[in-house]
Ligand binder design. Structure first.
Ligand code: T5A
Length: 208
């Protein structure tokens, strides 16, 4: 499923803390590939992206008690459905897939944030043959900036976690970047909308 040749279909993910601004920029990323891939672009998200996945997303985000391992397995259940019925078929048709959050979020949020560690996630990923994206844009912001952008919005179950949790999540993302530097582009995302948009354009052009 990997495809890095110029003009080939690309599997692109956007990652970052809640409030990092990645969802705001996803339209820009999709537009960039729409102009370059005549076969089209599929914009999708995790958890979600399928009917079953969206139902699992509701369970994950609604308030209530969920054991961290249950949370992890629900994310993988949604991911398998997403890969099998949306991501892989779109890539097979030559489309570009742009995904708002994917596998790195599991390492950051469940592996580091929840403290489950990376071995369990590595093991499940291998067992289920979860493909990696070709390119991941990681929107890096200090936790204080991300939290500041969410002031006044109601928090879902995961967003309701405290600052220490999101510090661990950020640490998890940074560890992923260090481990796989060729796949990631770090977008400094604490600046203005225009500055972040410029950084996204530069990253996408550089990857062509
Ligand atoms: N999750 C997900 C896991 O725990 N494990 C996993 O494996 C996966 C896949 C998803 C939750 O699920 C968790 C992580 C999440 O907590 P969600 O609602 O989809 O829930 O969460 P997010 O994807 O984080 O969506 P958010 O909307 O909260 O965050 P974004 O996408 O980072 O931020 P965005 O673009 O919506 O912007 C937030 C606000 O900031 C403003 C925007 O206008 C908006 O108001 N903004 C800026 N303001 C100033 N300057 C800028 N540069 C700005 N950019 C955006």
């Amino acid at each position: 499923m990997k495809s890095t040749a110029p003009g080939a279909p690309l599997f692109v993910s956007l990652e970052g803390l809640d409030g990092s601004g990645k969802t705001t920029q996803i339209v820009r990323v999709a537009d960039f590939y729409e102009k370059r891939n005549p076969k089209g672009v599929v914009v999708t998200r995790e958890p979600g992206g399928t009917e079953v996945g969206e139902r699992i997303r509701n369970i994950l985000l609604e308030h209530g008690s969920l054991h961290p391992q249950t949370e992890l397995l629900l994310l993988f259940a949604a991911r398998v459905q997403h890969i099998k019925t949306v991501v892989a078929p779109a890539l097979a048709l030559g489309k570009t897939v742009v995904c708002d959050r994917y596998q790195d979020a599991t390492y950051a949020y469940q592996g580091y944030g929840r403290g489950l560690g990376v071995e369990l996630i590595d093991g499940l990923s291998d067992l289920l043959a979860v493909p990696l994206p070709d390119l991941t844009l990681y929107f890096d912001v200090p936790v204080s900036v991300a939290l500041g952008r969410r002031v006044g919005r109601s928090a879902d179950r995961i967003e309701a976690e405290g600052e220490a949790f999101f510090e661990r999540v950020r640490e998890g993302y940074q560890a992923r970047v260090r481990a796989q530097p060729d796949r990631f582009v770090v977008i400094p995302a604490a600046g203005s909308l225009a500055e972040v948009a410029q950084a996204v354009d530069t990253a996408l052009m550089a990857h062509l």
